[in-house]
Design a protein around this ligand. Sequence first.
Ligand SMILES: NC(=O)c1ccc[n+]([C@@H]2O[C@H](COP(=O)([O-])OP(=O)(O)OC[C@H]3O[C@@H](n4cnc5c(N)ncnc54)[C@H](OP(=O)(O)O)[C@@H]3O)[C@@H](O)[C@H]2O)c1
Length: 240
Amino acid sequence: VILRRVFPEPTKAIELDDAGSRAQIADLYRPPRSPWLRLNFIASVSGNVVGSDGTSEKLSNPVDRRILGIIRELADVVLIGAGSLRTEGYLRPRNARLAVVTASGNLATESIDKASAADPLIVFCPPSATARVRTSLGEMPVDIVELPETNGQLSPREIAEALRGRGLTSIVCEGGPKLARQFVEAGIVDEICLSTSPVVNGASLPFLGAAQFAERQLTLTQLLIDEASGLYACWAVLQS
Ligand SMILES: NC(=O)c1ccc[n+]([C@@H]2O[C@H](COP(=O)([O-])OP(=O)(O)OC[C@H]3O[C@@H](n4cnc5c(N)ncnc54)[C@H](OP(=O)(O)O)[C@@H]3O)[C@@H](O)[C@H]2O)c1
């Protein structure tokens, strides 16, 4: 499979089967500074983040999975909302921590692979949900970070600060839309990495949810394209 950078300046085609391809892609995705907070999503051309199976799996392909893996390797922590955990199930990143945000404390333990867990799962929740987190995770080692809630929601800014306070400065938020949207609205996202799957399938679950919010200006910083019409864009978010 061939991947090419077409913007800013075109680079030599990257052949995914070549031994050096991982390093070449990592060079294209290395965060420019620390701390860094990026969102990483895949959506269809019609803006849907789920395929016919109700997950992102059907939209993805080997190139997207390779880029996702490399973005994870370049991060200290992968941050997700409990909804994504419950729907998608999560393979622990090999080199980064996994952190989950929940108000309810309902973390379906069967959704998390336990085998590769070198470090405890990090869970952000309000104090009222701690007991349920512990019950739902059973014996799984967990680092519970209690944060205050406002109307059942933890603050994205406090979540990011708590991660940085643990030395986890390179953060990738993999969704879902509910969680990611709050980070965008809080004005603390540096970059959006958005893969576009070459299909249209309506928009039952738009990338950042269905509700309107105040416009934020983006600048395209990179665009890669594969030979099967998949697009891999990076957008810098103007900070507020
Ligand atoms: N295409 C992609 O790249 C992609 C990526 C990720 C997910 N998805 C899809 O997105 C869907 C899930 O969407 P979603 O928007 O519901 O997922 P989500 O954002 O992962 O999960 C929402 C849940 O996260 C918790 N949460 C979010 N913000 C919170 C806050 N500020 N404070 C406390 N808890 C908070 C709550 O959990 P509790 O309910 O436990 O309180 C909330 O119900 C799935 O179908 C998944 O397949 C697609």
